[in-house]
Design a protein around this ligand. Structure first.
Ligand SMILES: [Zn+2]
Length: 139
């Protein structure tokens, strides 16, 4: 099996990864596969967890990765985006990863509201009105 190639959450390079540790187990009709991979570009490690449902599909579905590529990509904006906006968005991603979609939506909303307040929106208004107030005026 060829070494997989994907974007590294540590260095950002599209790099080849070698699997250093792997194990698997079955539970309730699902086959779970855990693997630790090493980036050829920066030598850092990542953990990936995938599964497939026995008897339905042999296609692996990625169900978790640490560190998350999206968190790593967003972190590059840490110097230009307020910390509160970044922190709330990181939490939204974590919620999404564990399929807590309502919590994810709530954290996205909170992150967006922090952003509009940062740009001078009226804190007493609701989010829709805050967004409208910051919109480009219609001619
Ligand atoms: Zn790397």
């Amino acid at each position: 099996m060829a070494n997989p190639v994907f974007n590294c959450p540590h260095c950002g390079a599209k790099a080849q990864f070698s699997r250093t540790v792997a194990d698997e187990y079955k539970d309730s009709g699902y086959h779970f596969i855990y693997g630790i991979f090493r980036c050829a570009a920066c030598d850092c490690l990542i953990l990936k967890v995938s599964n497939y449902r026995e008897g339905f599909s042999s296609t692996l579905r990625l169900i978790g990765q640490y560190p998350n590529i999206y968190v790593a990509e967003i972190s590059q904006f840490a110097e230009s985006v307020p910390e509160e906006v970044i922190t709330d968005f990181h939490e939204a991603i974590k919620c999404f990863e564990v399929e807590a979609y309502r919590a994810c939506a709530a954290m996205c909303r909170r992150s967006l509201q922090s952003a509009v307040l940062e740009h001078g929106a009226d804190a007493k208004k609701d989010l829709m009105d805050q967004i409208d107030d910051l919109s480009i005026p219609k001619i």
